[in-house]
Unconditional design. Sequence first.
Length: 103
Amino acid sequence: MYAIVRNGSKQYKVEEGSVVKFEKLDAAVGDTVEFETVLFADENGVVVGTPVVENVTVKGEVLAQDKFRKVIVYKFKAKKNERKKQGHRQPFTAVKILSIAAK
């Protein structure tokens, strides 16, 4: 059994017990969060939402608020002695999926 959940403008495939790194959520470590389900699949078949699947809840527990590893952005213009080096670390929220329940 798995589900496709929506968070912001991105969609993630989740299963029970899996740990997923979502874009930063406004939740503290240890909080329980619920997600909108776009698609739900189990042994009976696949249910696609329009836009979300009704009567299906996906709950998860926030494990950590952290940042991904640094990405270096380097820009330069040839023969002009013009260069710019910049780093970026995208924040994320690690969530453990506790349950996928169809009512």
